[in-house]
Design a protein. Structure first.
Length: 272
């Protein structure tokens, strides 16, 4: 099993701003970052599509085997309505999104389509049709946060489409976390499902030192939670018909008190 690790963005204030050496200028942050990790996610594209010039700078700053995750614009995924993917505006925005990803290189650019927890299962056919005509040769992951989606039919559809079922740690343990499978639960059960040999885990919050202050991040102890995730990945749901996983990408946020750098270091020590 190959493991890749990375953070969301290049701003690590909650990790104490100790990652970049002082001599590294901001314009060279990505280039330096790529010497330490082999994946990153940018959520800037969720709010506004980047320029072609920025895509070219990113492309030139990282090695060929580096993976860049780009988050699908919220104007598509969070637009509301049961036709959100088939609207002309959505198709046009997605086409532009794909064009930008192709500048980076489809083989190393992972497109992340994150649906909100409020997205109805009634979107199933709409999402299926969208993925079938996505017109992108690189990897695509769908993150489904609504519990109603957690069923074998979703796994079968994503396997047929060759799309990753992205798993996210989004509900803080001990702070109102919902029991997996509970009727009416808003959030997806935090259990992975393997739909392609490549897997994606996004650590957005959870038991990662939520109550700690930034200056205490070096002492945040979340090893037990990381071990829990590793165990979950070893026994994914809906295994019938699942491919053998060969690579797992773990992306950790530093903006929602997940403390990217200490968390990544602990996870790496457990699996490598």
């Amino acid at each position: 099993m190959k493991w890749r690790f990375g953070a969301i963005g290049l701003d690590y204030r909650l990790s104490g701003n100790k990652f970049f050496p002082p001599e590294i200028k901001p314009k060279d942050h990505l280039k330096y970052y790529a010497t330490q990790f082999d994946a990153i996610e940018t959520d800037g594209s969720f709010y506004k599509l980047p320029s072609e010039d920025l895509m070219k700078k990113w492309r030139d700053a990282v090695p060929e085997d580096f993976v860049i995750g780009m988050k699908c614009p919220k104007q598509i995924t969070h637009a509301g309505g049961l036709d959100r993917f088939s609207k002309d505006e959505a198709r046009s925005r997605w086409s532009r999104f794909v064009e930008l990803a192709n500048i980076l290189g489809a083989s190393r650019t992972l497109l992340v389509v994150q649906l909100p927890g409020t997205a109805s299962i009634k979107l199933f056919d709409e999402l299926t049709a969208f993925l079938a005509h996505r017109d992108y040769s690189g990897p695509v992951a769908v993150e489904l946060r609504g519990a109603a989606w957690h069923m074998p039919e979703t796994a079968a559809m994503l396997r047929e489409q060759g799309v990753i079922w992205g798993t996210a740690d989004v509900v803080p343990d001990g702070e109102g976390a919902l029991a997996p499978g509970t009727n009416g639960a808003k959030y997806m059960p935090q259990r992975p499902v393997t739909t392609t040999p490549l897997r994606l885990v996004r650590i957005c919050t959870g038991s990662y030192g939520r109550a700690q202050r930034a200056e205490e991040t070096e002492e945040v102890e979340n090893t037990a939670r990381i071990k829990w995730w590793i165990n979950q990945l070893s026994k994914p749901d809906f295994p019938e018909g699942a491919p053998e996983p060969t690579e797992t990408i773990v992306i950790v946020s530093d903006k929602i008190e997940a403390f990217a750098m200490p968390t990544i270091a602990r996870w790496q020590n457990l699996v490598t």
